[in-house]
Design a binder for this molecule. Structure first.
Ligand code: HPA
Ligand code: ZN
Length: 319
């Protein structure tokens, strides 16, 4: 589906395709515990978010140099361009790299080597969102924000990802306050596996402008009413929800009910190398599995620009 769209929920580390993982492993002398790309693909059977995260963090071992991050981002942008993506707000997980001895500068400068000329090369404008790992400590998040200070001209905002249950948004109050004081935009994953209360807390305590996933809002009519009233965007990732078993089959996905409720929904790919599809593939999948019509698909594409951090002049140019 090549309808022009913005992608607002995309982890750059989740775009690492098996072929590139093996190429980078060879380049960096890293041994992967899989015989070949086929054996690796066979490992992509997930029971829940944690079983995916285990593999996601394991494969990051191949990302070591600026050039690796540049190649990773260029591969994503080239692929996204073929699927109608015109603007991408890209998550990255610096703590997962710093823990392996790869510093913030290598990650940001490396990504920037691809992002800096993405408009000219791929026809995609980009922004970077630094995510804190919610299963790491609040102090570690604060240290990470400190390490990002030299690079803030390249970072539009902060997000919160990784294992959700047991790590409520309130744990990160202080670092979100510090991020707001630095002029950074704020988003957070909430209501993917965690309860609707985490969505409310992300809004009230962290002051987020968008909710990543937010699927479980549907368990609370009061929360749905608030999200509709305040036009809070939700960045849904339908193929991710099926692969991580948040929904049993795509045909059961609540997206149509969410649109009917008046929620500002967007469709995104999350970790496309692991979940079987890029942004356009997610649009195609919801069209065929959920019977969405042209008007609803256009609404989803329009919502992606409305929900983006582009200003409205930029938005018109991109569309
Ligand atoms: N949820 C939480 N953390 C993540 C995800 C996700 O879908 N992808 C990468 N990190
Ligand atoms: Zn995500």
């Amino acid at each position: 589906m090549s309808l022009p769209k913005a992608e607002l929920h995309l982890h750059i580390e989740g775009t690492l395709e098996p072929e590139l993982a093996f190429e980078l492993a060879a380049r960096n002398g890293v041994e992967l515990p899989y015989a070949d790309t086929e054996a690796l693909r066979k490992a992509y059977q997930f029971d829940d978010l944690q079983s995916f995260l285990n593999l996601y963090y394991e494969l990051m071992a191949v990302l070591r140099t600026e050039r690796d991050f540049e190649d990773l981002a260029n591969a994503y942008l080239a692929r996204a361009a073929t699927q109608g993506v015109r603007h991408a707000e890209i998550f990255f997980d610096p703590q997962a790299h710093i823990a392996r001895g790869v510093d913030m500068g290598t990650v940001v400068e490396g990504l920037w080597r691809a992002l800096g000329d993405s408009e000219a090369r791929h026809g995609i404008s980009t922004q970077l969102i630094l995510c804190f790992l919610r299963d790491e400590s609040a102090e570690s998040a604060l240290r990470t924000l400190e390490a990002a200070k030299p690079y803030l001209d390249r970072i539009v905002g902060v997000g919160l990802d990784s294992a959700e249950v047991g790590h409520p948004p309130v744990k990160f109050r202080e670092v979100y306050e510090a991020a707001a004081a630095l002029g950074l935009r704020r988003v957070a994953h909430a209501g993917e596996e965690g309860p609707p209360e985490y969505i409310t807390e992300a809004l009230d305590v962290l002051g987020v402008e968008r909710i990543d996933h937010g699927l479980r809002c549907m368990e609370s009519p009061e929360l749905v009413a608030r999200l509709v009233r305040d036009r809070i965007p939700l960045t849904l990732c339908p193929l991710s929800n099926v692969r991580l078993r948040t929904v049993d089959v795509l045909g059961d996905h609540p997206l149509p009910a969410m649109l009917d409720a008046g929620l500002l929904c967007t469709v995104n790919s999350d970790d496309p190398a692991y979940f079987g599809g890029y942004a356009g593939d997610n649009f195609d999948a919801v069209r065929s599995a959920l019977g969405l019509g042209e008007e609803q698909l256009r609404e989803l594409a329009r919502n992606s620009f409305v929900a983006s951090f582009l200003d409205h002049d930029e938005e018109r140019r991109t569309r």
